[in-house]
Write a protein that binds this ligand. Structure first.
Ligand code: NAD
Length: 379
């Protein structure tokens, strides 16, 4: 597949921050202040997400930034992944930058935002409260990733997913295990079920059981619950990890396909599947590791590569939402639209930093790194 090679957006990124329809809606909302345009930092990517550049030409008030272009008159800069730090120097003080900014890894970008007095909002930090569900880009993109992972597992597996009754005999359905039943995991379960596989799920949050069972899958019980604050999982103790591993290894040895999705934001992915567990798996089985971006949930995962170990294939998928760029761009654009429009009054964006969504996701403002967790991580 093609990938954009250069441009102000991240290399390989195929998504755009706004599809043309959402760009038009957002531009109309802020149109009263014609001096300040909305700038999308995804030049090049539009082509790869299959939205024609020309479709943006008709959207007045939205500028798609080309490589090397400056954005002095931008009031609002929207991106998918972190822009080149150099872009920040061309922005006027007080410009609002919103995107998946990888705040815990983007030291240089944030230093420049601080120096230029940019207001930077990180989409990763949208809090997990009911009101913010429609703004949550991690969820919208994770759903796409889970779907894609199940299709990849079906494609790479050495067996059919569905049960087949044929003149040549009956084929039993594949056994699929999904590790991590969050947003991505639930979509992977639903997709594998639609393909006819028998699905087991495993999660350290006991609360995941109800959702797993409602999709027609069964929960693997290891006797460990690690529900943490704000809907995220907490880190496990060594004893808990050992108990978890023992129960899981037994189940994995019967699987035809395994999809792992357990990520803890801002931290390396927990290593859940050890080399030893892989060695006990069936020949011809496959692990699709959605947590490869953070190093992987399997010890043998190599991010961005497919490796084989003892006749088990381990697929370290990266940048998966980019594989479905039309829908993931539409969903991401809607997340941005839902986030920002409540703060547009008389055509002007006026953020409320006491708001329960804007406050926690604000990383830099008025020349400071205002997010305590990010400030500590970058110290
Ligand atoms: P996530 O990406 O943080 O993690 C994926 C899943 O992996 C989670 O279910 C987690 O419990 C699990 N996991 C983590 N470490 C594990 C380990 N060592 N072993 C096994 N499983 C492990 O989670 P997510 O997909 O973003 O969502 C988690 C929960 O938060 C879900 O219940 C989801 O519905 C909820 N949520 C709520 C909102 C909201 O209210 N706005 C938004 C997003 C998610």
């Amino acid at each position: 597949s093609r990938a954009p090679s250069a441009g102000p957006g991240a290399p390989g990124e195929r998504r755009v921050a706004l599809d043309p329809t959402t760009a038009g809606k957002l531009a109309r909302a802020v149109s009263a202040d014609a001096d300040q345009s909305i700038v999308m930092v995804d030049a090049g990517a539009g082509r790869f997400s299959h939205f024609a550049d020309a479709a943006y030409d008709d959207v007045s008030g939205v500028q798609v930034l080309e490589a090397g272009q400056h954005a002095e008159d931008a009031g609002l800069v929207l991106c998918v992944r972190p822009p080149e730090p150099e872009l920040i120097d061309s922005l006027a003080e007080g410009t609002v930058l919103v995107g998946l900014l990888s705040p815990f890894q983007s030291r240089e970008l944030l230093e420049r935002c601080k120096a230029r007095r940019i207001t930077a909002l990180a989409m990763e930090l949208v809090p997990r409260i009911s009101r913010a569900q429609s703004m949550d880009a991690l969820s919208s993109q994770a759903a796409a990733a889970g779907y894609h992972a199940a299709l990849t597992a079906a494609h790479e597996a050495s067996v059919f997913f569905p049960m087949l009754t044929t003149a040549a005999g009956t084929i039993r359905p594949a056994r699929v295990i999904v590790v991590g039943a969050g947003v991505a995991g639930l979509q992977a379960i639903a997709t594998a079920r639609r393909l006819g596989a028998q699905v087991w799920a495993y999660d350290i949050r006991a609360a995941a059981r109800e959702q797993v069972e409602s999709l027609g899958a069964r929960m693997i019980d290891t006797g460990v619950d690690a529900s943490g604050e704000g809907g995220y999982a907490r880190e496990l103790t060594d004893d808990e990890r050992a108990a978890q591993a023992e129960a899981l290894a037994k189940h994995l040895s019967t699987a035809h396909a395994v999809i792992t999705t357990a990520a803890i934001p801002g931290r390396p992915s927990p290593k859940i599947i050890t080399e030893d567990m892989v060695e006990r798996m069936q020949p011809g089985s496959v692990i699709v590791d959605l947590a490869a971006e953070g190093g992987g949930n399997c010890e043998l995962t190599r991010p961005g590569e497919t490796v084989e170990h003892n006749d088990v294939k381990i697929v370290g998928l990266l940048d998966i939402p980019s594989q479905l760029p039309v829908n993931t761009s539409e969903m991401y654009g809607k997340n941005l639209f839902n986030l920002l429009t409540p703060f547009i009054r008389d055509g002007e964006l006026v953020l409320d930093f006491d708001d329960a969504v804007i406050g926690p996701m604000c990383v830099t403002r008025d020349g400071d790194i205002v997010h305590e967790g990010v400030r500590k991580a970058l110290e």
